[in-house]
Design a protein around this ligand. Sequence first.
Ligand code: CA
Length: 503
Amino acid sequence: MNLFRALLAGLLLFPMVGSQGLPVSQSSAGKTQAAELPLDSARGGQALGKSGKQPLNVLFIMSDQHNARALGCYGNAEVKTPNLDALAAQGAVFTRALCQTAQCVPSRYSIWTGRYARSTGTYANGCGQNAAENTVADLFHARGYVCGTIGKHHMEMTPQNHNHGFDVVEDPRSPWDYSKSLPYEQAHPGRAKVGEAAVPNEKHNAGVIAQKTVEFLREHKAKPFVVWCSFHGPHSPICVSKPWSAWYDPAKLTLPPSWNHKDAQLPGMDGFLKKSGTYETELLYRQTLAYYYGYVSQIDHNIGLVLQELEQLGLAKNTIVVYTADHGEMMAEHGAWTKGGTGYEATVRVPMIVRLPGVVPAGTRVNELACSIDLLPTLLEAAGLNIPTNVQGRSLLALTPGQTNGWREYAVSELGGSVDSQTVTFTSKTHKYVRFKKGGMVEYEQLFDLVQDPWEMKNLMTAPADTNVREELKQALAQWEAATPTAAPLRVGKKGRGRAETE
Ligand SMILES: [Ca+2]
């Protein structure tokens, strides 16, 4: 048994079994009714009172389009993220965390279900969701938890899917209405609007979501709860309130080394760059980076307010806190903003921080490949609940620094309307293979040595010296594809068809 699990076993009142997770209770054939689910542990919601222990709460904080390099705790000395840095110092930072789909809806659904897009059928924005899937809220709600989602969820919420198990659904403002309602300076022409917001933080979307989350905590502090606090930013429009709008001097910021490197052969690159906006000068990159950092800092401030409330209510010691993003942001890498359908680290790598008092030692840094689909089983194991057998991620509590316990060698991200037309990014600890498919045909490939070339500026696909690595990754990808259940796309709408049409 590793360190995290040993500490968790001491905290909980149930036996631990092996390194593959807790005993499972559910068939992969479909959703199990709540009544069929057995009690899991002394800490689970229905077992309240039997053990005398409080159940574990879940505070899941996420943002939209946060490049992992834009965080102090991930090594950036220019952006100011004191609250997330403090959270990281109190728990674990997963330095190599990858989302499974670099697009809103499929990535979020993968997080909620612990499953790949090709297995749920929610491949892209515009796809529906299969109500037979179990989401995080379905699973915790069945144990007596009150589950709330505050802010961006981007899902279909219907009577048929019981709001995916959420008792409370609040999305205070649509981000798109919000973008239209606020004037902003145009730092550059193009779709990705950038500038100073006309409203203070209290009326800014980020501030409103934090306040609503605080209100949820106050109202439900006596119950076991799961709250999803989900910010719309730093996704564009990059509209930043004072004072954060003026925190960063564009002239003093460091652009990523790849800002002037563009792969002209990359499929969809023209449309991608057009969508990013028009950046004729280095100054425009710098100005946009300054506002992006400002938006990250504004969100960090609001996360601080939520964490402060958790502390003041006496809930911090008994709440697992997670911070992540649905995907990254190009952030000037390869000349681009937003994300497009690429497999670059800027878009598929995400921040991932987990604080679990008494279980995850402060200051832990884990360099193994972590995935967004690992978060659901992590929450379930931490709370002492069963992990359904069809969950494809693994609890991160199996990891201890320096002790990998047979952890995965590869991580997969995919993006596109179907398995025949998508970008697949297949990452090992040292390399990355990216395959662009259209209509069942491979139209482009990339291979990067992430150790020698962390900014991905040298495509090694045709380098003779890297033949073995390339073939190893392609074979491993083929094995993964053969072993992973594939569902038909669920109603791919207009937005979900094209790689470049991402949100
Ligand atoms: Ca998104």
